[in-house]
Design a protein around this ligand. Structure first.
Ligand code: R5P
Length: 298
């Protein structure tokens, strides 16, 4: 794309580099640091006059500071003459908080969406947002992409249809899982689960469908504590499943990777929407690059 530039926030420079590689859009020189009182200090060292500027910032980990940083980058980009500012937010912080469950709670995702829309950002590119509820909270243009094609491309033709089934880990995952199973030409089985609001503990109710002697694969949007897929893997094996592969777009708690080696999950595939420090990499875990998909989405 002519007359465009990528400005990377500090959350995921490696993904910004991958998007730049596939889109052939250069990455601008930016300095993000802190004042002694921890306030964020931004300096974009580029003339962005009349350019379409793509801000790349996954708002996870240091969620709150990455959100503020994104807002400041948008203002700085505007003052550098940007014609249009498009925020590529591979992981949208607070998006799982898309409902008020108890009196006294905020509708947190809506607060964040309104904050982001009050900045100089003109358009948003998001990846596998937790629910359609969040997408409906936006009034500015949103391009919503899914990492599913990255997983499908990786597994297409590798999963023998007679010996594999796809599983929906819970009701919320059903729509995605249905599409995923269709893309891979596999039958779909469905788990039902409930989560204790106080402890966050997951209780599986039942598995609709047969996995005896089958290999199982799942696709979902995010893994947090790992409770859902670790429990599911145990139950699947108890019900006679042979192998269980989990595909999930966002790993939002890096420490969770430490639970995978001892679990019944055989392999877990994530993407690089969220930067994963090498110290959290572990056996069974594979990271797929989503940079090409985002570059196509641009
Ligand atoms: C989110 O879309 C799904 O329900 C996840 O499978 C689940 O909520 C992730 O949470 P955890 O990893 O803590 O089970």
């Amino acid at each position: 794309m002519k007359n465009a530039m990528i400005i990377s926030g500090s959350s995921n420079n490696s993904l910004a580099k991958s998007i730049s590689k596939y889109s052939k859009i250069p990455i601008g020189k930016t300095k993000v640091e802190n004042f002694p009182n921890k306030e964020i200090r931004i300096l974009i060292k580029e003339d962005l006059k009349e350019k379409n500027v793509f801000l790349v910032q996954a708002t996870n980990g240091r969620v709150n500071s990455y959100i503020i940083e994104l807002a400041l980058l948008a203002d700085a980009a505007k003052r550098c003459g940007a014609k249009k500012i498009i925020a590529i937010i591979p992981w949208l912080g607070y998006s799982p908080q898309d409902k008020v469950f108890r009196k006294g709670e905020p509708l947190s995702s809506k607060v964040i969406v309104k904050m982001l829309e009050s900045t100089q950002i003109d358009k948003f590119i998001l990846i596998d947002v937790h629910s359609k509820l969040v997408l409906k909270m936006f009034t500015k243009p949103v391009v919503h992409l899914s990492a599913m094609p990255v997983f499908v491309e990786h597994f297409k033709g590798k999963l023998e249809k007679t010996s594999w089934v796809s599983v929906a880990l819970d009701k919320g995952a059903r729509e995605r899982a249905k599409l995923f199973s269709k893309e891979l030409g596999l039958p779909l089985v469905q788990f039902d689960k409930e989560r204790d609001l106080k402890t966050g503990e997951v209780k599986f109710k039942k598995l609709e469908g047969n996995v005896k002697g089958k290999n199982v694969i799942s696709f979902d949007d995010f893994v947090s504590t790992g409770g859902t897929r670790i429990q599911a893997s145990k139950l699947l094996k108890q019900q006679g499943a042979k192998k269980y592969i989990d595909c999930v777009t966002h790993l939002i708690v890096p420490e969770t990777t430490r639970k995978f080696p001892a679990s019944k999950i055989d392999e877990i595939y994530i993407t690089n929407t969220i930067h994963l420090d090498t110290k959290f990499k572990t056996k069974k875990l594979h990271v797929l690059d989503i940079g090409k998909l985002i570059a196509r989405g641009i």
